[in-house]
Write a protein that binds this ligand. Structure first.
Ligand SMILES: Cc1cc2nc3c(=O)[nH]c(=O)nc-3n(C[C@H](O)[C@H](O)[C@H](O)COP(=O)(O)OP(=O)(O)OC[C@H]3O[C@@H](n4cnc5c(N)ncnc54)[C@H](O)[C@@H]3O)c2cc1C
Length: 388
């Protein structure tokens, strides 16, 4: 970054180089807008590489490609987390997107008396006319406060830190939270010989086998393309009802269903409500003598580094289709940003394109910072891109 005291300048800074940030980059490049993408991770795709080893996407490859580059696998296969990570890395390379990895953004604020933003990072400061926060609201694991009272001999972690069974002690495992992460990890652990208990209310389930002929050819396309992408949007009454206040709900079980859990021998229990004598207690007062606890209790957006008055009481940003209430600041990738599909691979591109149009309009309307941007600014070859 800039070696002088003056910050480096870009018309647009994108934070996050996952599927959301790369999609934004694709459309910014198409518009010929100079920008840079910053990401704290070491490699593009690391948010997938850092998930558990056995993870496979629940969406088949035909829905796992971003604009301009289909996912390179048979359309009805379910990619592994590493294949998805490598695909994202190849995507950034193919479109020559100006990504800077290992750059963690510690603060985004307004420049004093200015209309621009200051983006403070572990590698210096960048001044930006517009900032796009491009990431899912799955950045930090949420754990109840009473977790701190659990006996220190019990191995505990959030699902965000779970990689493989060898991280656990021998003995029973309690998975708190009954959503998709708990179901998938639970099946893995019961097969490794752990007594496995999933605690929490039933979250419902998608009514078909995702890998069956019906699932792949009828129910999958209906859910993915029609219901999640077209029907449940903030433009429809049904969509607004499903979205609620904007705080994400637990998704229903998609691949691993209750019948699979029962058949594998995973036990079900009510909510975990506290701790007694160092062990978790269920809502019916039962104390569970377990050796391991995995918190599958959801996520926080982790946006404490955004020092701008753009958050509702829920902690989620105030925006319309990603255009925030703070002029020049945008979000892409959040759950139900515009549609049920917004945080999914196949849905993020439409939101990215919409936000980039808003960015381009604002740049056209304003005196461009690009005219003050040094010739060293990274430019990308937008003219080579095709529309998806
Ligand atoms: C377990 C799991 C399974 C999923 N499976 C599927 C699936 O099968 N199909 C599907 O369509 N969707 C799936 N999703 C949903 C979604 O596709 C993923 O969460 C996806 O990773 C979201 O991509 P993203 O780019 O929006 O955010 P992320 O992948 O979270 O990427 C955000 C990036 O921003 C960076 N970042 C964050 N904060 C900062 C900062 N302060 N400074 C710099 N960089 C920062 C991070 O390093 C990261 O690289 C799944 C989600 C989870 C949690």
């Amino acid at each position: 970054m800039s070696k002088s005291n003056e910050p480096e300048r870009f018309p647009v800074v994108v934070i996050g180089a996952g599927q959301a940030g790369l999609s934004v980059g694709y459309y910014l490049a198409q518009q010929g807008i100079p920008f840079v993408i910053l990401d704290a991770n070491a490699r593009v795709g690391d948010s997938w590489r850092n998930r558990w080893d056995s993870l496979r996407l629940f969406t088949p490859a035909r829905y796992d490609g971003l604009a301009g580059m289909p996912f390179p696998a048979p359309k009805n296969s379910f990619p592994t987390r590493s294949e998805m990570a490598d695909y994202l890395e190849a995507y950034a390379k193919k479109f020559n997107l100006p990504v800077r990895m290992g750059v963690r953004v510690d603060r985004v604020s307004r420049r004093a008396r200015g209309r621009t933003f200051l983006v403070e990072t572990n590698h210096g400061v960048i001044e930006a006319e517009q900032v796009i926060v491009a990431m899912a609201n799955y950045q930090k694991g949420r754990v109840p406060a009473f977790a701190a009272q659990i006996d220190s001999h019990v191995v505990q972690m959030h699902s965000i830190d779970y990689r493989r069974p060898s991280q656990l002690r021998e003995g029973p495992v309690l998975l708190v939270g009954a959503g998709n992460s708990a179901a998938e990890i639970g099946i893995e652990l019961v097969k490794r010989g752990h007594r496995t208990i999933i605690s929490g209310p039933n979250v419902g389930e998608v009514p078909n086998d995702t890998a069956s002929f019906f699932g792949l050819n009828i129910m999958g396309p209906l859910l993915t393309r029609v219901i999640f992408h077209r029907l449940l949007t903030t433009d429809t009454r049904l969509g607004r009802k499903a979205r609620g206040g904007g705080k994400p709900h637990t998704a229903p079980l998609i691949r691993t269903k209750s019948k699979h859990l029962a058949a594998a021998g995973v036990e079900r229990a009510g909510r975990t409500t506290g701790v007694r004598n160092g062990m978790p207690v269920l809502e019916d007062g039962q104390v569970l003598d377990v050796a391991n606890v995995i918190w599958c209790t959801g996520f926080e957006p982790g946006f404490s580094w955004i020092d701008l008055p753009v958050f509702a009481e829920t902690g989620f940003p105030l925006h319309t289709r990603g255009v925030s209430t703070e002029e020049g600041l945008y979000f892409v990738g959040l759950a139900f940003l515009y549609a049920m599909s917004s945080s999914m691979v196949h849905g993020v591109g439409r939101d990215a394109e919409y936000v980039v149009k808003a960015v381009a309009e604002r740049l056209r309307a304003a005196k461009p910072l690009s005219s003050r941007t040094s010739e060293r600014s990274e430019r990308v070859s937008g003219s080579t891109l095709r529309t998806a």
